[in-house]
Design a protein around this ligand. Sequence first.
Ligand SMILES: Nc1ncnc2c1ncn2[C@@H]1O[C@H](COP(=O)(O)OP(=O)(O)OP(=O)(O)O)[C@@H](O)[C@H]1O
Ligand code: NI
Length: 330
Amino acid sequence: MNELPGETEDGEYILEVSGLNVTFHTHRGDIRASQNVSFKIPEGEICVLVGETGSGKSVIGQAILHLLPSSAGVSGNIRYLGKEILSLREKDFSRLRGKEISLIPQNPSGSLDPLMKCKTQISEVMEYVRKIPKDRRDSETMSILAELGFPDPGTVAESYPHELSGGMRQRVATGIAMAAKPRFMVADEPTKGLDYAARKSTIDLFLHLKEDHHDSILMITHDLELAQTVGDTVGVLYSGEIVEFGRCVDVFSDPKHPYTKGLIAALPKNGMNAMPGMCPGLTDLPKGCYFYDRCPEQCEPGETIHPDLDLSVYYDPTENRGRCVRCHMS
Ligand SMILES: Nc1ncnc2c1ncn2[C@@H]1O[C@H](COP(=O)(O)OP(=O)(O)OP(=O)(O)O)[C@@H](O)[C@H]1O
Ligand code: NI
């Protein structure tokens, strides 16, 4: 059967990003935070974007949710269920935000209302977004809290955010996003700043959303273990560009780009061999391969010629491994 990897039955993707460019104009020059970024997410899959700090992961999530500052230069296309949304005016996009497309925020402490009980914050979303009648809101709130893996949902429901740990707040924030029953969620660094136990329960929660709910999620993270555990596909970002894209099982077992290889070698379980060097400044990118200075291969074309990423390879049904790599050597 000639089915494209990851394509939905009707041939539609929940999200298609194509040729996304995001530039911030600053007094230091133009910061090219996102350059020609393209990828697609089939309905029911989790796509993870990984990369070092400043590689341009969050700006992609912000572009999808129309949360970039108006001063940012943005071009390209973002289609949600086939419909272009990047160019929508705020008035039209606000019909989707929080309802169809929801954000699981990076810092839940900042997004939860300190003066409201957790159950009220979840049931408010049901009331305003889904117009659920009052008598059904309480039971649905409790079932969401149970879904989130709280052993004692009743106590959490009656708690204020400051009474909960960081990991519990992260789960409540996820519950608020879920209460709208969005078709697509963006989760930005859900494990950031969490201790070991909280991080583990957050990983379990996303695994549950993946395996039991088949939720469609774009996840942005530094956390390669989270990516490997919950992701269907992974895009590796370097200096605002995708350098490798493929199925998680393939990329993590057999990375092709030297940067991806370096990220994986730097994991604690692989001996923590940190990659030497730093990524180039986004205001002054080199002409050739952006990874050239740090690359163990330092191939000759890489010095002067910028490598392409042929995404069609990934979506080409004849390419059974489905992988694309921005490297002259592959
Ligand atoms: N509002 C802004 N104004 C100017 N520059 C910005 C703005 N937002 C992001 N940037 C710059 O764009 C680049 C990409 O930022 P982004 O937040 O997407 O990185 P990231 O990969 O998510 O990093 P982290 O892992 O630290 O969250 C960085 O150089 C950042 O400084
Ligand atoms: Ni970020």
